[in-house]
Every structure is written in C-alpha cells, then in structure tokens.
Design a protein around this ligand. Structure first.
Ligand SMILES: [Zn+2]
Length: 455
C-alpha cells in the first residue's frame, strides 16, 4: 500500500469505522467503455476503471450491495465498507466491466431497465449517437425549438449533446420521444442496437456472481408520471427480471434518482410494496445505520488521481443522503456550487488539494488537507500551515489531532497542532451554495459528476 492509500485508509477509518458507527459508501457507474470516447473523455474506459478498482481495493472493503445493506442494518459493517453499482444495463457492463471486476475479485450490483434489453436503446443514447454520427458541420434543430449547433470537433459535438439532453430530459414521455425521433430524422444515421445487454448477457452476469437489481421498465422520471403508471413501472420491471433470472430480485435504483425531484415519498412506499428490500438514490453521501434503506445515497468521484479520488470519497462519508421528507432546497443539483477539491494557487507548490474557498464552505476538508500539507511539506508544519493561511483565515488553527493521537511523544510529533484552542471557532465565511448545517459547520454537497442524459 502506498502512502496515499495509507492516508485515505486512515481517514476513511476515522469516518467509517467498523460496526454500529460504520458508513457504507456506494459507488455509481453507468458505462465502462472499451476505449476512450473523444466526445466524452470523462466517461470511464477499461483502463481507467481498472485503475479505479485498484484504488478502491487498496483503501476500501468492497462488498456485494445486498450483503452490505444487511450488515449496515445489523451494525456489523467492516471499516471503510463500499459497494459498486451500475445503472441502466449497458452491454459494456458485461463485456468490459465484468472481466475487470473479476480480475480485482470484486462484486458489483447492476440495476437494469428491462425495456432496453435485447436491442433497445435509451433516449439519451439516441441523441448522443445521432449527433455523433451526423456528417454535416452544422446541426440545425431550430424547427424543433432546440437551436442550431456547430459540430465540427468532438468538443462541439459534446456541447451540442449537453445542450440538447437537458432541454428534453424532463418533457412528458410522449413529447420527449417525438423530439428524439425528430432529431434522428434530421441526422439520418443508422443507430446502434447493441448498446444495452441481452437477456443472455444478464443471465451470464448473474452466473458470474454479480447482483442484479430493478430500475423500472422504461426508465421514466417517476415524479413526472401518474401513480398507477409509476407502480407498474416499479413492479413490472421486477417481475420481468425475475422471469429472466428465475430468482427473486430484491434491490432497486430510482431512475435519475434525485430525491424530491425525480421521485417522491410515495414512490419509496411503492418500491417497498412491490417487494423490494432496499433501494438506492443518486443523492450524494454515505449510508449510516439510521439511513432509510429504501433511499441509500450513492456517489462516485471523478478525480483522476488516487489521492483526490480517495479524499473525495472520505469527504463524502461526512454527508448524509437527503430524502423527499426533507426540504427541497438540498435536492437541487448544485451545478457550479458544492464543494470542490481544487488546487489552490497559493498552495500549488506543495500540490495540496484544497477547497477553493469561493465554492461553498468546505471546512470538513480541513483535517485531510492539513495532514496532506504537513506530509507534503516534508513534515514542516509551519511551512505547511503558512502555505495555506491565505486561503482560509481559520485554517492554521482548525485542525486538532484525534484524542487518541495526542499525548504520546511519538504521535504528538507526527500530529503537530498549531494553536492551543480546544474549541473549534465558527467559520467566518458565509455559505454560498445550497449547504446544510451540521453542528457548527456548513457543509456543501460534494459535486457529483454530471451524467450526460439519463441516470
Ligand atoms: Zn438510470
């Protein structure tokens, strides 16, 4: 284990110890591409997924989600417990992700929308593939009220896709489908019919020991359809999977998954009534013993270094997933807001990831940042603190070592403290983005990587 993994493990154990105070970090993926996509360079490909699993395997204890949920409820999670999930049922989950999971001896849970099995395609992929394949330099969709796009480079194609998808995502299903069809008529390109798994691939995934969960039939935004239709989507999807797999299916993932926006409290009851045992959302955070098992939060960092990836996962353990019963303000995606680990210019020489100070209050990074700065400055605490004092007026006094590290001469040398204040002062900076008050600190939700299209 490298130094970075040791640091992440150490901090992870502080925030996610074994037993009743344990936290379950559930990671969410969609696709794992065989090779990088020039239009979506951030989508994980095989090589990057392999690296991610190495990092996760070094610092976390990955469990099958069904067993992890049981352990969470019973208060017997291991330290740094994690589960891996995939949404939607892409064929590359079987062809690309499965062999990599097997190489790392890891289990994952795959939430499958049944309408797209055996040759189907999700609406967002129709848009993506239509724009990808269009041979013109300008895509004119003004007659659809969607605008006109230059699409000469992969970046321009990505920008066009990223304008189109949000514009039609929340339309009523019939209207959305009409718009998608109309876009396809403009681009006139043959579209792939092998993006999603076949029933045989799904059975093979299960036979390889992976867990399969429900994700409705047609992937509707439940909050936008009537109650009867919502229940049928939830229950029929379960039944179809059970028919294919010849066994009960007990886990569910809410399509899109933002509490209060994509599903409501009544949909949580429907999932329970349909016979599911637990469900996951896309609210960020880690699950604790008192988290609703029908709304377990999920989060995947998009960072490209193991240290930042690990620290962001640790940070995410401090956030509790929101539920539809809470106020709606928290649930809106904090695009452009939320916490971010960015390299501060004043600390760049030590390459210390810091909250950027302008992007919500992120005092909860401070312990991790302080240790990191100290370590990266070669153990010179004054230098480390000095490098960052301009970034945050309270930083040099903020961090105190955990109680069990104080006292002994060896640990007090390794865990130096600046200042003697035992009480942590209130942070003087006002919160900026939708944050939540936990104790005396303002937390912003870590920004999840925006997914292009359906979730
Ligand atoms: Zn989905």
């Amino acid at each position: 284990m490298g130094k970075n993994e040791m640091l992440v493990s150490f901090l992870g154990t502080l925030f996610s110890p074994a037993g009743k105070r344990g936290a379950l970090s559930i990671l969410i993926f969609h696709r794992v591409l065989a090779r990088p996509d020039p239009i979506f360079p951030d989508e994980p490909d095989a090589q990057r997924f392999d690296a991610l699993l190495s990092w996760i395997g070094e610092a976390f204890n990955v469990m099958p989600l069904d067993r992890a949920v049981a352990a969470l409820v019973e208060g017997r999670l291991p330290a740094r417990a994690a589960a891996i999930t995939f949404d939607d049922g892409y064929a590359d989950n079987y062809t690309v992700a499965l062999p990599i999971l097997q190489k790392h001896r890891m289990n994952a849970t795959f939430f499958v929308a049944t309408d797209f099995l055996d040759g189907g395609r999700m609406w967002n992929d129709t848009v993506i593939e239509a724009v990808r394949g269009y041979e013109g330099e300008t895509l004119d969709l003004t007659h659809l009220g969607l605008g006109r796009f230059e699409i000469r480079t992969p970046e321009e194609r990505r920008n066009a896709i990223q304008s189109l998808l949000p514009a039609i995502k929340y339309l009523p299903a019939v209207e959305r489908s009409a718009q998608v069809t109309a876009i396809g008529e403009v681009t006139r390109r043959p579209l792939p019919d092998d993006l999603m798994m076949t029933s045989d691939q799904l059975r093979a995934l299960r036979a390889a020991g992976m867990v399969i969960g429900g994700h409705t039939c047609s992937h509707p935004i439940l909050a936008r359809i009537d109650d009867d239709a919502a229940y049928r989507e939830i229950a029929d999807g379960k039944q179809r999977l059970e028919h294919i797999l010849s066994e009960p299916v007990s886990l569910f993932a809410f399509p899109n998954g933002k509490p209060g926006k994509d599903y409501e409290a009544k949909h949580v009851r429907m999932v329970r009534d349909a016979g599911y045992r637990a469900a996951v959302s896309t609210s960020v955070g880690a699950a604790r013993r008192d988290t609703d098992v029908f709304q377990l939060p999920r989060f995947t960092p998009w960072d490209r270094t193991s240290l930042r990836f690990g620290l962001r996962l640790v940070d995410n353990m401090r956030v509790r997933g929101s539920s539809p019963h809470e106020g709606a303000a928290h649930h809106l995606p904090s695009r452009g807001g939320g916490a971010a680990l960015a390299v501060s210019s004043t600390a760049a020489r030590a390459a210390v990831p810091l909250s950027d100070g302008s992007d919500g209050m992120t005092c909860h990074y401070y312990a991790a940042n302080s240790m990191l700065a100290w370590r990266q400055s070669g153990g010179d605490w004054a230098d480390a603190a000095g490098a960052r004092s301009e970034d945050h007026p309270m930083r040099s006094r903020w961090f105190r070592p955990p109680r069990h590290c104080r006292g002994s001469s060896s640990t007090s040398r390794r865990w130096p403290t600046i200042g003697r204040s035992a009480r942590r002062p209130r942070c003087p900076l006002p919160p900026r983005s939708p944050g939540r008050q936990i104790g005396h600190r303002q937390f912003s939700e870590p920004r999840a990587r925006e997914r292009h299209g359906a979730s």
